[in-house]
Design a protein around this ligand. Structure first.
Ligand code: ATP
Ligand code: MG
Length: 408
C-alpha cells in the first residue's frame, strides 16, 4: 500500500530487528504523514513497546537521551533514528508530571500502542505503519483527515496546548508544509493558549524557530504567525516597526526560501541578523541617521532580548554581529578598506544582506551595485573606483556621509 522506497532502509532494519526480538515496532508520525501527502520524509521516528534500556541493549550504536521525554537514538554512519517507547500518557495520570499551568514536565511511563496514540498532537501524526506487513494502524481517523487536508487535534486542543504550548507552533508549521486547513477548534486554541509559549525554554524555541523558518516555508509561516499575533514568541519584534522594517524581514524570509529551493546553504545566523536588524536600527537611529556609538552599544542588547526568547548559540552571536558591523563598512568604503573587506570571511553574507536591505527599500541600490562591480574588477579598476568615490565625496564635502536614510 505505501511506497517503502521512500522509507529509510536503516529504519526498516531497526524495526525488523526489534520484531525479531519479539517487540512491537512501527514507523510513526511525520514520516507516514509525509509519504501519504506526497512529501519525501527527512527523518524517521519509530515507536515500540521495548523500553529504552531494552532498545539500548539490542543496538550497539545507540544512546539514551532526554529527561522530560526519554528515548533512544539509534545511529549508523549517516543516519540517526529516534526510537521512542509507547507512553501511557493521560491514562496513567499519577505518573504524568505537570506544572500548575498544565504543562507536561515529564512523560516517561510506558504504555500500549492504544495509549501511545492519545498523547500525539494531531490525528495525521498518529498513524503507525509496519513496513514488514505493510499495514497502517489509524486510531484517530488520521487517514480521513489526510484526505480532507485538515489538521485536527487529538482530544480537546485547549487542554492539549496547555500540556504543551509548542503544539500551537507545530500546528502552523504543519498546515503550511502540508497545505492543510487548521480545524477551527485548533485555531481557537492557538489564539487562547499561545501566551503559554512564554514559559517554554529558549532552547526548545530555538529548535522550533529553525523548523519554522529554515525548511522552505519561512514567508508563509511568518505571515501565519503574524495573523495569530504570535510571531513575537519567536522573534523579538516591535509592533510599530516601519513598513521598511517589515519589508526587510519579509525580504530575508523570501530569500531564505529561495536559497533552500536552489539548494544553496542557509544558516540561522544570517536569518537572525536580518530579522533583528530592524530592532537594532530602531534602538540607534532617529529615522534619518544612525548614531554609531549607540549602534555598537545596542548590538548586545538586541541579542540578549532575542536570546531570552530563542537561545542563540554563541557561534551565531559572533556571526550576527559581524554581519551588522559590516553593513556600516560596506557603506563607508573608505580608503583602502574595500580591498580588505572583500577578503573578510563574512563579506559574502554581509553583501547578501546589503542586497536584501536595498531590495526592501525598493529604490536605492547604488551601494550594492558598487560592490557587485567591485568584486568583478581587477586591481587597477578597483583603485580607480575608490579614487572616484573619494573625489565625489570631496566635491560634496557638505553632504554628510553616513547611512543612507532610505535604508534605515
Ligand atoms: P517533522 O519531523 O516534519 O517536524 P514530525 O511530525 O515527525 O514532523 P517530530 O517532532 O519528529 O515531528 O515528532 C514525531 C512524532 O512525535 C509526531 O508526529 C507526533 O506524533 C509526536 N510528537 C512530537 N512532538 C510532539 C508534541 N509536542 N506533542 C505531541 N506529540 C508530539
Ligand atoms: Mg519527525
Amino acid at each position: 500500500m505505501l511506497d517503502t522506497k521512500k522509507f529509510s532502509v536503516f529504519a526498516i532494519s531497526i524495526i525488523q530487528t526489534l520484531q525479531d526480538n519479539n517487540f512491537e515496532a512501527y514507523l510513526v508520525g511525520g514520516c507516514i504523514r509525509d509519504v501519504l501527502t506526497g512529501i519525501t520524509p527527512k527523518d524517521f521516528d519509530i515507536a515500540t513497546n521495548a523500553t529504552p534500556e531494552e532498545v539500548r541493549k539490542i543496538f550497539k550504536a545507540s544512546r539514551i537521551i532526554g529527561k522530560r521525554f526519554r528515548l533512544v537514538h539509534v545511529f549508523n554512519r549517516s543516519e540517526l533514528i529516534e526510537v521512542a517507547t509507547f507512553r501511557a500518557g493521560k491514562q496513567n495520570s499519577d505518573t504524568l508530571v505537570k506544572d500548575d499551568t498544565g504543562k507536561i514536565l515529564r512523560d516517561n511511563t510506558w504504555g500500549t500502542i492504544q495509549q501511545d496514540c492519545h498523547r500525539r498532537d494531531f490525528t495525521v501524526n498518529a498513524l503507525y505503519y509496519c513496513p514488514i506487513t505493510d499495514k497502517i494502524q489509524d486510531f484517530h481517523a488520521g487517514l480521513k483527515h489526510i484526505n480532507k487536508k485538515i489538521l485536527v487535534s487529538i482530544g480537546d486542543p485547549q487542554g492539549r496546548f496547555e500540556e504543551d504550548p509548542v503544539r500551537a507552533l507545530r500546528a502552523i508549521r504543519f498546515s503550511t508544509k502540508l497545505d492543510f486547513k487548521i480545524d477551527n477548534k485548533v485555531k481557537d486554541a492557538i489564539y487562547d493558549k499561545s501566551y503559554l509559549l512564554s514559559g517554554i525554554s529558549n532552547a526548545r524555541l530555538f529548535d522550533e524557530f529553525c523548523k519554522i523558518f529554515l525548511h522552505g516555508h519561512a514567508e508563509q509561516n511568518f505571515k501565519k504567525l503574524n495573523s495569530f499575533g504570535i510571531a513575537k514568541y519567536l522573534i523579538s519584534t516591535d509592533p510599530d516597526f516601519s513598513e521598511f522594517s517589515m519589508n526587510v524581514m519579509l525580504e530575508a524570509l523570501v530569500n531564505t526560501d529561495r536559497r533552500i529551493s536552489n539548494n544553496q546553504s542557509i544558516t540561522p545566523g544570517f536569518l537572525m541578523a536580518a530579522l533583528l536588524w530592524p530592532s537594532l536600527i530602531k534602538k540607534c537611529s532617529n529615522n534619518k541617521e544612525i548614531n554609531i556609538r549607540k549602534f555598537f552599544r545596542s548590538m548586545d542588547e538586541v541579542l540578549r532580548d532575542q536570546h531570552q526568547l530563542t537561545a542563540i548559540p554563541r557561534k551565531f552571536q559572533t556571526y550576527i554581529k559581524d554581519i551588522w558591523v559590516l553593513q556600516l563598512k560596506l557603506e563607508s568604503r573608505i580608503g583602502q578598506y574595500p580591498h580588505k573587506l572583500v577578503k573578510h570571511p563574512r563579506f559574502r553574507a554581509a553583501y547578501d544582506f546589503l542586497l536584501i536591505r536595498e531590495a526592501a527599500a525598493k529604490e536605492d541600490s547604488s551601494i550594492g551595485d558598487w560592490w557587485t562591480k567591485f568584486q568583478n574588477q581587477n586591481d587597477d579598476e578597483r583603485e580607480a573606483v575608490i579614487t572616484k568615490l573619494s573625489n565625489e565625496r570631496e566635491n560634496e564635502s557638505d553632504k554628510k556621509f553616513g547611512f543612507s536614510s532610505e535604508l534605515i
